[in-house]
Design a protein around this ligand. Structure first.
Ligand SMILES: [Fe+2]
Ligand SMILES: [Fe+2]
Length: 188
């Protein structure tokens, strides 16, 4: 099976700054071991069939990163904001089954994911003036379905990066949506 850093190879070309691609390349291999194998949903609800099989969580993550990159022009992000949104997309479900590996997806994985991002950024001495916005985008990505915090009002509470990642996550999760570039990635 491919390592995470190998699997996410297509996303490195989407970054505007090499330093951000380099950070992600190292960071994704610090994700929990289950990340590469688990389906995007433990119940099969709210996600496309292709993401509800072995390796589906990782495939879903690449799809959300792709949608974030593709839709970023609509939000008129500058290059730094674009890369920050892409990083948030790649981290948004990094600890979807919690910090250990629970049998089910964690209902509070958005706040856990934000904490996880902070830990990894600290560990890799990753300096980015937008780290706080990346943190917020991960922490808010469940939007009105968040259970651990008061629900956030979309779009006012989200900021541009948070809005983009939330929308990209919703679009990529639609059962009708498939991504041709994932067809081969899902195997292996
Ligand atoms: Fe999520
Ligand atoms: Fe997601």
């Amino acid at each position: 099976m491919q390592t995470n850093s190998e699997y996410f190879e297509p996303s490195y070309a989407w970054f505007k700054f090499q330093v951000n691609a380099d950070f992600v390349r190292k960071a994704v291999d610090m994700f929990p071991p289950y990340f590469a194998e688990k389906p995007a949903s433990s119940t099969g609800k709210y996600h496309a069939t292709w993401s509800n099989m072995k390796g589906g969580l990782r495939a879903h993550t690449l799809a959300v990163a792709y949608m974030t990159h593709s839709l970023s022009d609509a939000y008129m992000l500058d290059d730094r904001e674009h890369d920050a949104a892409l990083i948030a997309a790649l981290f948004h479900d990094a600890v979807k089954y919690g910090f250990g590996c629970g049998p089910h997806t964690s209902k509070t994985h958005e706040s856990e994911g934000a904490i996880f991002f902070k830990r990894v950024a600290d560990r890799l001495n990753y300096p980015n003036a937008l780290n706080e916005q990346i943190y917020t985008a991960i922490a808010f990505h469940q939007g009105r379905w968040a259970v651990c915090d008061p629900s956030k009002i979309f779009p006012d509470d989200f900021g541009k990066i948070g809005q983009l990642v939330h929308i990209a996550d919703m679009v990529a999760s639609r059962p009708e949506v498939r991504f041709n570039f994932l067809e081969t990635s899902l195997i292996g």
